[in-house]
Design a protein around this ligand. Structure first.
Ligand SMILES: [Zn+2]
Length: 307
């Protein structure tokens, strides 16, 4: 299915489906307290995606029983949550990703409500750190007047991710279904260029926050390990992008990833580490945001955070 799908992604379908299912956004919900550091989830609302946007490349006969426990069939629309991560430590108020803003899907772009529920204004945010530059993670960086929303903040993005979306050739090589993503990313990154700082794989980008290159979903996708003493939390972005299939079959290709084999290799490596270290994580599109991965035979299971 082609993403003339932009119509489906952004159009009336999104509103209708969300309305029919009765989804209500959850503001400022789950939270993890480490010593001297808090990690909270802020909801930016949710998206509505055609099922095959994710499930398209998967083997259908094997997929059906994997989806069954979730009451899903491969052709049903999905309504993934959008969960931003907020880190508070000393004087730092760090937002991981900026959400969708006003011009992607009506059901997303709710960060202002989530911030006020957390008693914060955009100018209180000291750093905005990007996992990658897809619309639901980047487009909220500008306000309704195309001005920087977090105007007091330093903005940080991985060098490779920046280079990919700033490359004028990307709009032609990314494929027709994501061409609008390329145009939208370049315009916003150009607007933010003066506020932007760059980092590479393995760098400690802020005290207690290390960047890990987790490519495949996008070429320069980054995840972030937040450490305080012996405790840690991984901000995954979309390196593990859904709870229906990614844990049960991390090696399957997902239609939402730009380089599907590379994304699967990244996902396998991450799962292995998260499960063996029992590290908590925040996944942008995982239900409630926070959870753990548990081994389940030769695959894994998502365990949602309680409390
Ligand atoms: Zn996403």
């Amino acid at each position: 299915m082609e993403l003339t799908r932009r119509g489906a992604l952004t159009g009336a379908l999104a509103t209708t489906v969300a309305g029919a299912i009765g989804l209500t956004p959850r503001w400022a919900h789950a939270k993890i307290e480490l010593s001297g550091t808090s990690v909270e989830v802020l909801s930016d609302g949710h998206l509505t995606l055609p099922g095959d946007f994710i499930f398209g490349p998967m083997p259908e006969a094997e997929l059906t029983p994997v989806l069954q426990p979730f009451g899903l069939t491969p052709d049903q629309p999905l309504t993934p949550e959008c969960n931003l991560t907020l880190l508070r430590k000393d004087d730092m108020v760090v937002l991981f990703d900026a959400g969708s803003g006003a011009s992607f899907q009506d059901s997303a772009g709710k960060i202002m409500d989530a911030l006020s529920a957390a008693d914060l204004a955009p100018e209180d945010v000291t750093h905005v750190v990007f996992t990658h530059a897809h619309p639901d993670h980047l487009w909220g960086v500008l306000d309704d007047f195309d001005e920087p929303l977090f105007y007091e903040a330093k903005h940080l993005i991985g060098k490779a991710e920046w280079a990919y979306w700033m490359d004028p050739a990307t709009v032609d090589t990314i494929g027709a279904e994501r061409a609008a993503f390329a145009v939208g990313a370049k315009r916003r990154l150009e607007t933010m260029a003066d506020a932007m700082q760059f980092f590479e794989d393995g760098e400690e980008i802020l005290p207690g926050v290390a960047a890990h290159m987790t490519p495949g979903h996008t070429p320069g996708h980054m995840s972030f390990e937040i450490r305080s003493g012996s405790e840690s939390v991984m901000v995954l972005g979309d390196a593990i992008g859904n709870h229906h299939v990614a844990f049960a079959r991390p090696d399957w290709p997902s239609g939402s990833d730009q380089d599907q084999p590379l994304a699967a290799a990244t996902r396998n490596k991450l799962m292995e580490r998260l499960a063996s270290e029992q590290m908590r994580f925040v996944g942008f599109h995982l239900p409630g945001g926070i959870g753990r991965a548990e081994r389940d035979g030769s695959s894994y299971r998502f365990v949602a955070h309680e409390g």
